[in-house]
Design a protein around this ligand. Structure first.
Ligand code: FRU
Length: 473
């Protein structure tokens, strides 16, 4: 209970107070981004699970709203509102609409600890998503299991039906269900175990995307979270085809592809109801190691999703949401810095020598051309005594690494045309690193001392060319 304002992110979402985990029911309605989230309204730790609620128009400034779906307490049953999704039921297929206005329907997991049971519930909103009424005939999907959760629902326009992707965690499986009214669901098929099945599977989602932005090449992205709390990596993905019933993996069942190579990025789900051909997700950054107060847990930067063809096959690329660019553009000139064609030779070039950039809330975009240097990259949260966090690229090993002074994590990345681009989003206690236009991403949490705010680009054991450096504070 020691306040930790120095670790409160300024451009990532945190609840005003108390605990959050997974983002839930991400939906865009008339240009307003709704973010529901797993929330304990009473304490700064997991429990009393409810759907907290916030909205934003720029994905940076969030308006805190009252809890949208609270836990349900009856004489014999406690029902916790676990993760799920929200849809706009434009054709009023559910019949929950009122006075010709389309209802918003939330599909979530009812976790009933006393009964050791999880099943899928629905609830509807007739006031734009502020409050929800639980459907009288819940559950809508029940397979009589203790672990069965995290329904992700999308509308399949060509089939004119709803599709639910939901996890059977202990079996490392997802199930697909179809419905025409959000109330009656039919099992379509199952997928898994495949890929990484070391840990339970949670928070799945299935998303259609064009490969290389080509409308003639449609693929489906299946994302699954696995390894809550003790994972090497939190989220994996598959790419493949979906015929309205069955998902077919493009890759061999053994192939493992990861959404993020840090261990904090978890439970990400895509937004529903975005403008055509845009896909964007938000994930949770798991705060298990260090306590913050009076809140705990934060969301990732919203990330645009793309599939691209690479020499290794179809891959997921992530970028900080393009919507955020207009926010960066609007920042005053003293909060921006740009340099081009700088030679770095076994040296560090400070970014934080001007006080504006000395806040541990920088967005850094740097492109380097490899030279003789063995390592280069960005140093953040540096203390004058020399400690800090290094985001580096090692040329010989072809690896991007983050070294926070305690731990080093790395991932392999190849230069593209002899270049490495690093987008480093540093926000007080979170660090998201997108490499080569988001071909790979590594996210971590850091907890720097108050006076550890130094920031620099660097090259070691030789030279590199810094083609461009852009920094926003
Ligand atoms: C993932 C998760 C979900 C579940 C929720 C409960 O972090 O375990 O599977 O719905 O959190 O808060």
């Amino acid at each position: 209970t020691v306040p930790t304002p120095q670790w409160r992110p300024v451009y990532h979402f945190t609840p005003a107070k108390n605990w959050t985990n997974d983002p839930n029911g991400l939906i865009n309605l008339d240009g307003v981004y709704h973010l529901y989230y797993q929330h304990n309204p009473f304490e700064n730790k997991w429990g009393h699970m409810s759907w907290g609620h916030a909205t934003s128009t720029d994905l940076v400034n969030w308006k805190h709203l009252p809890v949208a779906i609270p836990e349900i307490e009856t004489k014999d049953t406690t029902t916790w509102i676990f993760s799920g999704s929200a849809v706009l039921d434009q054709h009023n297929s559910s019949g929950f609409g009122k006075n010709g206005t389309a209802p918003i329907v939330a599909i979530y997991t009812a976790d009933q600890p006393k009964q050791q049971k999880e099943s899928q519930f629905i609830a509807y909103s007739n006031d734009g998503g502020l409050t929800y009424t639980n459907y009288a005939n819940n559950p809508v999907v029940d397979i009589h299991k203790k672990d069965f959760r995290d329904p992700s629902v999308i509308w399949l326009e060509d089939q004119h039906k709803w599709l639910m992707t939901v996890a059977v965690p202990a079996e490392h499986k997802v199930q697909f269900y179809g419905s025409v009214n959000l109330k009656d669901w039919q099992l379509l098929s199952e997928f898994g175990p495949q890929g990484d099945a070391r840990k339970i599977w949670e928070c799945p989602s299935l998303t259609p995307l064009y490969v290389d932005a080509n409308p003639a090449k449609k693929k489906w992205l299946l994302m699954v979270s696995s390894g809550n709390q003790d994972a090497a990596t939190g989220m994996q993905y598959f790419t493949g085809d979906f015929d309205g019933k069955t998902f077919t993996n493009d890759h061999t069942p053994e192939t493992q592809l990861f959404v993020d190579y840090g261990k904090t990025f978890y439970a990400a789900i895509p937004y529903n109801h975005l403008p055509a051909n845009r896909q964007m997700m938000i994930g949770w950054l798991m705060p298990f190691e260090t306590a913050t107060w009076p809140w705990r847990g934060q969301m990732s930067i919203p990330r645009d999703l793309q599939l691209k063809t690479t020499p290794a096959g179809t891959r997921l690329f992530q970028q900080p949401a393009a919507v955020l660019n207009s926010y960066l553009e609007k920042l005053p000139a003293v909060k921006k810095r740009q340099q081009h064609n700088v030679s770095l030779n076994s040296q560090a070039l400070p970014i934080s020598n001007s006080r504006q950039f000395n806040t541990n809330a920088n967005w850094i975009d740097a492109t380097f051309t490899l030279g003789t240097a063995s390592d280069f990259g960005v140093k953040v949260a540096q203390h004058s005594k020399g400690s800090g966090v290094v985001v580096g690229y090692n040329v010989q090993r072809q690896e991007l690494y983050i070294n926070d002074g305690k731990d080093t994590r790395h991932m392999s990345v190849q230069p593209v045309n002899g270049k490495i681009r690093l987008q480093v989003l540093l926000d007080k206690s979170s660090l998201e690193v997108f490499v080569n236009d988001g071909e790979k991403v590594m996210t971590t949490l850091i907890f720097p001392a108050k006076d550890a705010t130094g920031c620099a680009v660097f090259a070691e054991n030789g030279g590199v060319k810094l083609n461009t450096l852009k920094v926003w504070n």
